[in-house]
Design a protein. Structure first.
Length: 430
């Protein structure tokens, strides 16, 4: 399922970015090509102005000048004298260069189609007009700018047609387009790779979370099944048992129900923390007083196992601590409960409090079975129980994960280290 979502997200991410990029490229190409065309046209117009001035200065149009100009390879010239092709063209054009003749025809057609006529048909010796047009030559398979310069020369009207091929401009535009297509293709490929990695990274925590949730549900169902099975069988036995034995079954049912209720409460706490409904109501509290209260509550339990439980508090006045008293009590209770559970009879547990650099440090030390380095990495995981502690019936492996969530909600930290001489030390920093 996640693979499909991954592919779809990648396509979506890369697709949208590619569309934006292509649109921007097209806009850029449009602006750039329009600019190139405009520049080319302006330079053609200014060249025509220069040519016109030059022609005006010549009393008789010089063949040599025209040939020189053509030799530069930029322009083609045709001269019409009173509408009849001038000698210059006749020499250059017919059999040897049929393409050139065709081009002249095409330019004349385009010129006539443009419908231009100089302001007056009777052009005086001192006036000249020119008109620019554009046409596509089928014979040369290229676009041309054309200009007709009309001027009067010794009682005849001369028309000089100047043609400039747009082949180089078209080539420049084509090259620019190819460059953009290549850039866009490379960018789309890179975008695809980047989107794949990026969406993969985005999805990883969701995938891990889903895996954890599935594991949580599986472990929870497993843990709930045991007390439920006991309750069902005890109820069945209770029905048929003689009245003096019924009390024993009812006691079992009650114990297992309490166990189930505790487990459900623990699970609710954790799911509340997952859905960010974990309420922490901080207030200014005296941590030492809170520790004494929890210590006193656990004294009887420690006594049952003949464990020496002691508390070490600083002998100076402590500042108030901003924390949720009920939640902190819950954490200390979890740590003390574990310490008592995993410390053999006649063991030793002490709880201490210290304050340094605006941090409170609460440590619960025992000389119990201890925790291996391998287990230390996992004991804060949900439903994790070390092999040697599985026999303890009222432990589900949720205590430390709840403690961790509570301390995280207080922006604090919880850690475990080995105690010198065996056992463990759990330290909470607030
Ligand atoms: P549990 O409810 O099983 O105690 P916890 O999350 O509180 O679950 O603890 C996880 C595991 O960490 C326990 O199963 C136990 O193996 C180990 N553990 C916790 N506290 C201690 C301790 N004080 N000494 C040794 N092992 C401990």
């Amino acid at each position: 399922m996640f693979k499909k979502v991954h592919i779809r997200l990648t396509l979506l991410c890369a697709g949208i970015t590619a569309i934006i990029m292509i649109t921007m490229s097209l806009c850029y190409l449009y602006v750039s090509e329009t600019g190139l065309y405009k520049n080319h046209y302006q330079s053609f117009q200014s060249d025509i102005n220069t040519i016109t001035t030059n022609l005006e200065q010549q009393s008789v149009i010089s063949m040599e000048w025209l040939s020189k100009m053509e030799a530069q390879g930029k322009y083609l010239f045709y001269v019409l004298d009173n509408g009849i092709p001038f000698l210059y063209n006749q020499l250059n054009e017919p059999e040897e260069n049929p393409k050139r003749a065709l081009l002249l025809e095409e330019s004349l057609d385009a010129y006539q189609e443009s419908g231009w006529n100089s302001p007056t048909n009777t052009v005086s010796a001192f006036t000249s007009y020119h008109f620019e047009f554009e046409f596509t030559s089928a014979s040369c398979d290229s676009k041309f700018f054309g200009s007709v310069i009309r001027m009067g020369k010794s009682s005849s009207t001369l028309e000089v047609i100047v043609l400039s091929s747009l082949e180089s401009l078209e080539l420049q535009i084509r090259e620019q387009r190819i460059r953009f297509v290549l850039i866009d293709i490379t960018a789309i490929l890179l975008l695809g790779i980047f989107s794949w990695i990026f969406t993969g990274k985005l999805l990883r925590p969701i995938m891990e979370n889903q895996e954890k949730q599935a594991q949580f549900v599986a472990s929870a169902s497993h843990e709930l099944r045991t007390p439920l099975a006991v309750i069902i069988s005890a109820t069945e036995c209770c029905k048929n048992a003689p009245s003096e034995r019924q009390e024993g079954f009812l006691k079992t049912i009650s114990q297992e129900s309490i166990r189930m209720s505790n487990l459900v409460n623990d699970m609710l706490t954790l799911s509340g923390s997952d859905s960010h409904h974990f309420l922490v109501q901080p207030e200014s509290i005296e941590l030492d007083t809170l520790l004494i209260n929890v210590f006193e509550a656990f004294e009887p339990l420690a006594k049952e196992k003949s464990i020496t439980l002691s508390i070490l508090l600083p002998d100076y006045a402590l500042p108030l601590c901003l924390a949720d008293p009920e939640r902190i009590k819950q954490v200390i209770s979890i740590l003390l409960h574990n310490a008592i559970s995993y410390t053999p009879n006649h063991g030793k547990i002490d709880i201490s409090l210290s304050y340094c650099k605006s941090h409170f440090s609460i440590a619960v030390r025992d000389n119990g079975i201890g925790i291996s380095d391998e287990e230390k990495k996992r004991i804060f995981d949900r439903f994790y129980r070390a092999e040697k502690s599985r026999s303890t019936k009222d432990h589900f492996g949720l205590g430390l994960s709840i403690a961790l969530e509570i301390i995280k909600a207080h922006n604090g930290s919880i850690s475990v280290t080995d105690a010198i001489g065996g056992g463990s030390i759990f330290t909470v920093m607030l």
